[in-house]
Design a protein around this ligand. Sequence first.
Ligand SMILES: NC(=O)C1=CN([C@@H]2O[C@H](COP(=O)(O)OP(=O)(O)OC[C@H]3O[C@@H](n4cnc5c(N)ncnc54)[C@H](O)[C@@H]3O)[C@@H](O)[C@H]2O)[C@@H](O)CC1
Ligand SMILES: Nc1ncnc2c1ncn2[C@@H]1O[C@H](COP(=O)(O)OP(=O)(O)O)[C@@H](O)[C@H]1O
Ligand SMILES: [K+]
Length: 563
Amino acid sequence: MTELLTAAQMRAIEQAAIAAGEVTGLELMERAGQGVVAAIFEQWPELDADLGCQAGEAAPRPQVSPRGISGQKMGGEASRRAVVLCGPGNNGGDGFVVARLLKERGWDVEVFLYGPPDRLPPDAKVNYERWRAIGRVIEWTAQQVGEEAADLFVDAIFGAGLKRAPACEILEPLTKLYTEGKTFARMVAIDAPTGLCMDSGRALCPEFGAVWSWLTVTFHRPRIGHFIDEGPSYCGAMRTVDIGLGGHDWGEAARQAVADLHRLEKGRGMGRVVATLMSPELVSPYLGKETDEHKYTYGHALVLSGGHGRSGAARLAARGALRIGAGLVTVGAPRAAMIENACQLTAIMLRQMDGADELRTLLQDSRLNAVCLGPGLGLDADREGLVLEALQANRATVLDADALTQFEDRAEALFEVLHENCVITPHGGEFARLFPDLAEKLNAPATTGPVYSKVDATREAAKRAGCVVLFKGPDTVIAAPNGLCSVNSAHYDRSAPWLATAGSGDVLAGVITGLMARGLDPMQAAETAAYIHVECALNFGPGLIAEDLPEQIPAVLRKLDIF
Ligand SMILES: NC(=O)C1=CN([C@@H]2O[C@H](COP(=O)(O)OP(=O)(O)OC[C@H]3O[C@@H](n4cnc5c(N)ncnc54)[C@H](O)[C@@H]3O)[C@@H](O)[C@H]2O)[C@@H](O)CC1
Ligand SMILES: Nc1ncnc2c1ncn2[C@@H]1O[C@H](COP(=O)(O)OP(=O)(O)O)[C@@H](O)[C@H]1O
Ligand SMILES: [K+]
């Protein structure tokens, strides 16, 4: 399990290990530098002379292309030359270690320092001196940095200590190098690209953003900002290096802290629960079916259809619910949409259902244990009654799309009736309709950190709504009212841009509904569905349309070893 930490939590873990005498700061810095160098050669093996690669060989295309620009062939003349850009703190200290280790491997290394050497913190100062014994340090000038060329650039300017937007004289020359294609070769960020808030994934400098990197190497555990918002675009590819802090099981400690809501609210200190990064181990292990059971064991999901010509979204959701293993799935359609639904449904059942009264009658059947409303539902006045009726019936309920938009400007009315067995699944626009103040905070320009993040916003929304909120995107954030939070990332090796297709969210809503029909609690259903949804997209690959998603579920389940 991967816990995503805040910068403050990471600092606390380091300090605890140092205070306990397990390790010194200097040792951690040395391991960090070693880890960065190892990660560089893992990412670009052609740079490792020991592997016999030729100097000046072309760099492979990075896994993620900042701003979509693909990797470029680098100049051969300047091969094995590194430019290490050091800042005034311990991030700079890591940079001096990297410079020394590269020099020891025969590299030509140029080191720039931003800030006066006599103000470096102690560990960084030691490594500055060690470097000075073998190489020179050039005082930072924007002009000189902007003229550099190298096989490898190392961003060791700011990491976890970043408090405000870096000065223009730092970011401007790096932007110049980037736009001129010089850092296309290889730019590696230590801990984080300079300028990126590690808690939020937001860049602090409105003019220059943060440093576009091809590889970011962080330590112990990734931070939240590596996985949400703009973070992944700036980070390029991600590697997390073990620096020997493994004894601190922060993940478990953080989960226990959930019980203490007072501590949760204290803000960004030690008590704040971290988010979890979704991974296969966190997918519910209870998705298989047992030999002796029958269909009603696995629940009966009801998906409400929109009117004539608007019923496709409900069928997508229903298909998702059935494929994930709900025992039975019924589409409830208004009279006008009965024929089109009947023509296209087979294993999924169909019931005519016009209006809230008929929904109430239908839900007298207690076996209908999960309801999905929203996909294609429409915004007619009577739709609100359907949503309220479904919520009053106290079933596991998933609200998406129109069921959320319906309550724009009247979100409080919805929050009053939402209950703890609900999941709401807004995309950015729907989130802003229900939580305009949170969306405003999230989108407000920020120049000082830590910045209010998508994790903060989703957790606050869940608390306010009193149910699980799944805030969609390539960085889907899922939060429960008790503060539990996870991030389902479709970045790095899980990049799934083909999910940006009409109807994919409808399938997700259906899969969550199917899982809740099967008895999963709302948080687990939302997390599991979000993970499987991205896996389906990855399994299918390019050309994906929403109809393909449910059809990938069997293969994804097999891959997860679920039978
Ligand atoms: N001993 C340790 O605790 C370890 C620290 N490590 C490294 O240390 C880094 C954190 O070091 P620091 O806490 O010294 O912080 P940084 O090196 O990230 O920042 C240096 C200092 O710059 C100042 N600053 C912040 N924003 C600024 C701005 N916009 N303009 C000018 N100055 C600004 C702050 O006072 C900050 O303390 C990590 O990112 C990691 O790279 C690693 O070596 C692992 C071990
Ligand atoms: N670039 C992307 N990478 C990965 N997932 C994405 C991307 N864009 C959208 N998604 C996912 O696709 C789904 C889109 O849902 P939504 O916006 O509700 O679309 P629709 O209403 O058309 O179904 C969400 O699950 C979202 O997380
Ligand atoms: K950095």
